[in-house]
Design a protein around this ligand. Structure first.
Ligand code: ATP
Ligand code: MG
Length: 273
């Protein structure tokens, strides 16, 4: 299978990464793709709590075990079967726990750069061919785990809120992707920038997203035309255990995410800056 890995990133917290990762996975599944959604947030396993278990520590196996086994050079074949969770909406989830923070600390002190930077890539390489898409939900951080995510991914989708302050980290994130391209993963590209939580009722929000759209398009980066509106349904859906597609099939925020998924599938080339 010609599989692609997509990382949903921004080191700024609360911009809509997890919401986008879940909803893009559901939308790609609805469009006939096979999808694995990976919880790679080492600050809080929000995605796992929303879709798999309110108590991630009770799960038989998770990404934490897979990365630990890989660091110890042990086979993960049996663990993989235990760890992968089949969600009702048709996509698979590789859950995580709060102990992922310990894995990041462990990676930090590895002397061997291959082990330090490519642990996640080694794990995902063993399941990649089972799926059309692997979607990685990243943490609000730029740390060794983020480098692992960039080493493992083909493409990055940057999430930003329609706010000036949210823009600040983007240049640094682009710089990190460029460094990773030079050193660890020559194939990585930035697929584009997705604007979320746009508030159509305020001029400020509309103006700011227009500015982000213009500025980054001028830099040669794709900015997705579908802007995700701020909506109450998007605040609520994670408590339901479902994606936005199932929770609010007729919502305007769901329509925007479906339009984004269409654009995502149509975009053949991302600009590599
Ligand atoms: N379009 C939206 N409209 C309104 N609320 C939203 C929208 N998208 C996300 N939210 C809410 O904003 C909060 C942050 O969203 P989310 O968890 O997806 O962000 P995140 O970038 O993954 O955060 P973190 O950096 O902490 O992982 C959540 O409570 C979520 O329900
Ligand atoms: Mg998140």
């Amino acid at each position: 299978m010609n599989s692609k890995t997509i990382a949903i990133c921004n080191q700024k917290g609360g911009v809509g990464k997890t919401t986008t990762a879940i909803t893009l996975s559901a939308a790609l599944t609805a469009k006939g793709k096979s999808v694995l959604l990976v919880d790679c947030d080492d600050s809080n396993p929000t995605l796992t709590k929303a879709l798999v278990s309110k108590d991630p520590s009770s799960l038989p196996s998770t990404l934490v075990d897979l990365m630990l086994f890989t660091m110890l050079d042990r086979s993960i074949t049996d663990e993989l079967t235990k760890a992968i969770y089949h969600h009702d909406e048709g996509f698979d989830v590789l859950p995580s726990t709060a102990k992922l923070a310990g894995i990041t600390m462990n990676l930090n002190v590895q002397q061997d750069n291959e082990l330090k930077n490519r642990c996640l890539a080694t794990v995902l390489a063993q399941i990649k061919s089972d799926y059309d898409y692997i979607i990685i939900d990243a943490a609000p951080a730029l740390n060794t785990l983020s480098i692992n995510i960039m080493a493992a991914t083909d493409e990055v989708v940057i999430i930003t809120q329609a706010q000036d302050a949210a823009e600040e980290g983007i240049a640094e994130l682009i710089g990190t992707v460029s460094n990773v391209r030079r050193t660890i993963n020559p194939n990585i590209i930035i697929k584009g920038l997705l604007i979320t939580m746009e508030d159509n009722r305020t001029n400020y929000s509309k103006k700011t997203s227009a500015k982000i759209q213009n500025d980054y398009t001028a830099l040669g980066m794709k900015v997705f035309g579908a802007h995700i509106p701020r909506a109450v349904k998007a605040e609520e859906f994670m408590r339901s255990g479902q994606s936005l597609l199932a929770y609010a099939p007729k919502g305007k925020v769901t329509d925007a995410y479906l339009a984004f998924a269409d654009e995502f599938l149509q975009s053949e080339e991302a600009v590599t800056i």
